[in-house]
Ligand binder design. Sequence first.
Ligand code: ATP
Length: 261
Amino acid sequence: MLTFDRFSVHYGAGVHAIEDVSFTVQPGSICAIIGGNGAGKTTLMRAVSGTLGFHGGRVHSGEVRLNDTRIDRLSAHRIVQHGLALVPEGRHVFSELTITENLEAGAASVRSSKLRQERLQQAFEMFEVLGRRRDQRASLLSGGEQQMLAIARGMMSGPEILLLDEPSLGIAPRVVQHIGHTIQRINEGGTTVVLVEQNAAMALGIADQGLVIERGAISMQGPAAELRESDEIHRMYLGGSAVEEADSADTAQPTLERWQA
Ligand code: ATP
């Protein structure tokens, strides 16, 4: 279980990127974190992957726990060992390395060579295109295929929780749908997924729970199915009105919580 407890992150003296954020990601679930530009989504991902310091950020108060371990002050390497893997925004595949070499890089924390081989085979089975092109350089893959490679590489450490930072960014709509299905399959295999997205339709379409971040604070959270029906979410992130679409102003939203940002 991943828990954020009254968590705040600052950059330098003046930027309060995350303020007093609390939420829990249930084991085995998909949690979607949606929000616009500069809302604080990537900062949350940096904080749970041990990379905040590389960007001049620091934990101001509160904590993040993975099961019983406090992780917000651990190094990136230790966090991977605790079962958390981040697929960063922008993919960052090693373009001059082959697909196989990229995947092997994701398994650097795995001591057993047998296990590394097994994971490689699993990646090739799940992502057929990577198997077919395993000896080609990653630079030859399309943007969508590189995103698949980045996700597959994230899975190579065998994480309990996979964090995905905007996997649909710059990807064609048809491929975004494919990425959504892939995330669902990964989750069905038992991996908990935290999915940070501006693409609310995709993220809330596959998530169990969702939360909205605005200006560093949680403004809404609840079951993803209910957020999908929320008129506010439609207006802000889906370009329409749920009420108009349902032709009714009485769309029930029994458990959504709304905070003042
Ligand atoms: P986007 O979707 O545009 O990537 P985001 O929701 O991921 O946005 P963050 O990148 O986490 O948002 O940024 C949150 C706030 O922190 C913004 O005001 C941003 O300008 C600021 N910020 C992010 N990185 C740094 C940094 N390295 N130094 C100073 N301020 C930063």
